[in-house]
Write a protein that binds this ligand. Structure first.
Ligand SMILES: *[C@@H]1O[C@H](CO)[C@@H](O)[C@H](O)[C@H]1NC(C)=O
Ligand SMILES: *[C@@H]1O[C@H](CO)[C@@H](O)[C@H](O)[C@H]1NC(C)=O
Ligand SMILES: *[C@@H]1O[C@H](CO)[C@@H](O)[C@H](O)[C@H]1NC(C)=O
Ligand SMILES: CC(=O)N[C@H]1CO[C@H](CO)[C@@H](O)[C@@H]1O
Ligand SMILES: [Cu+2]
Length: 316
């Protein structure tokens, strides 16, 4: 009976098409805040490469897998220290909280070879992974839920990475449609930094991938028919976290192990995302996502098949 009510409610919500997506609105580095640009808005100087659309990148071979939808070079490069603590603040396109809660958060880096990052075209860049964040202990909830709750993603720079100019490719994959081949939503973003110091760490070439290239649509962590079966068993796509990260000091590496080290910077100010390129239906999608989560918690496992079917077609 209760299930019937929830499903009816869900069908009502699904009846309207939704386009709720988002972008990195700001980055804080050791507590210092750097604003990003609203997609498609008149750009201001930033360290975050501006995209032109909050919609997800679809398909692992899409050229926009590199740095996001039509990403443009950014004007600034931030000086950072080895071991610097980053917080990436994701927002919905309408300035409210990030709308998704299922799927991993991963971060890659590449050296801006031969130039500064404000001039570096990363189309053929070789990226190495510095962190991957998936399920909270117990495998029922994803860390991405914390981003939906308005909290930032936390990333520590490797403490032994050689100095120089680097792009940081920070990415969320939303898996709420990933029970279908090609359903995964990719949200890559690129931030330009200059690492100071005298460290010597470098990745090995076998740890590096291009984007597109690093993922395939059939990877188990991208096409994931059991993603709603809790407790979730999840396999991250892409290469493993680079050895230089895992071999550096314990304060670097998997973000889930060093969360307590972070102090949360000031949240995105309400004025940060005033102009909205494509706001239609976003609040609706957020409600849907929250209801799905509530259903999932009440009926772990049993409703997952029904949900997977219902969620299909919820987004375009
Ligand atoms: C990088 O080069 C590719 C291929 O030449 C081009 O399509 C793209 O617009 C360039 N990106 C930037 C940010 O200039
Ligand atoms: C990042 O760290 C803050 C402070 O510890 C925490 O509130 C937040 O949930 C973390 N982010 C994620 C995605 O877990
Ligand atoms: C959680 O997921 C990990 C990796 O997929 C797996 O090794 C572990 O057994 C899972 N735990 C539970 C409780 O399912
Ligand atoms: C010994 C040495 O080379 N120290 C350098 C380490 O890096 C800092 C910042 O780039 C320099 O200021 C030091 O001179
Ligand atoms: Cu979305």
């Amino acid at each position: 009976m209760q299930s019937f009510l929830y499903i009816s409610l869900l069908i009502l919500r699904i009846a309207s098409p939704a386009k709720a997506h988002g972008y990195v609105a700001q980055v804080s580095i050791d507590g210092k805040i750097y604003m990003g640009n609203v997609p498609n808005a008149q750009p201001t100087s930033s360290i975050i490469r501006q995209i032109d659309d909050i919609s997800p990148v679809k398909g692992a071979t899409n050229p926009y897998m590199n740095c996001g939808q039509a990403a443009q070079l950014a004007a600034l490069v931030a000086d950072v220290n080895p071991g610097s603590q980053f917080q990436f603040w994701w927002k919905d396109g309408d300035g409210t909280n990030w709308p998704h809660d299922i799927g991993p958060i991963m971060t890659y880096m590449t050296s801006c070879v031969g130039t500064t990052c404000d001039k570096y075209n990363s189309t053929n860049a070789e990226w190495f992974k510095i962190e991957e964040t998936g399920l909270e202990p117990g495998n029922m909830t994803w860390y991405q839920q914390n981003i939906m709750n308005g909290e930032p993603a936390n990333v520590t720079l490797p403490s032994n990475l050689a100095p120089g100019q680097y792009l940081i490719r920070h990415e969320i994959i939303a898996l709420h449609l990933a029970t279908e081949l090609g359903g995964a939503e990719f949200y890559p973003s690129c931030t330009q930094v200059n690492i100071l110091g005298n460290q010597t760490g470098t990745p090995t070439s076998s740890e590096e991938v291009t984007f597109p290239g690093g993922y395939s649509d059939t990877d188990p962590g991208i096409y994931d028919p059991t993603v709603f079966d809790t407790p979730v068993q999840y396999t991250f796509p892409g290469p493993p976290v680079a050895t230089l990260v895992t071999s550096s000091s314990p304060s670097s590496g998997s973000s889930s192990s060093n969360l307590p080290a972070f102090t949360t910077a000031t949240p995105v100010s309400s004025g940060a995302s005033t102009s909205t390129p494509t706001a239609t239906g976003q609040a609706t999608c957020k409600l849907q996502a929250q209801q799905i989560l509530a259903m999932k918690k009440r009926h772990p496992g049993t409703l997952s098949r029904i949900m997977a079917v219902l969620i299909k077609g919820m987004h375009d």
